[in-house]
Design a binder for this molecule. Structure first.
Ligand SMILES: [Zn+2]
Length: 60
């Protein structure tokens, strides 16, 4: 489980969701599935974690 930032490619809305590995994420605004993940790093700022470990639960 990880807290992931998303941006909707349809309407540009940015949001975050707590997702499991293969959950489908919909834009809460326009219900589009056309969303992309954003790794801002602000939730993963500890230690050596670079923010690429969305499946890691031990470093933040
Ligand atoms: Zn949208």
């Amino acid at each position: 489980m990880a807290l992931i930032d998303f941006k909707c490619k349809e309407c540009g809305h940015e949001f975050f969701e707590i997702v499991n590995s293969n959950d489908k994420v919909l834009c809460p605004k326009c219900k589009s599935e056309n969303v992309e993940r954003i790794y801002k790093g602000k939730f993963y700022g500890k230690g050596s974690c670079s923010g690429g470990c969305s499946t890691c639960s031990g470093c933040h």
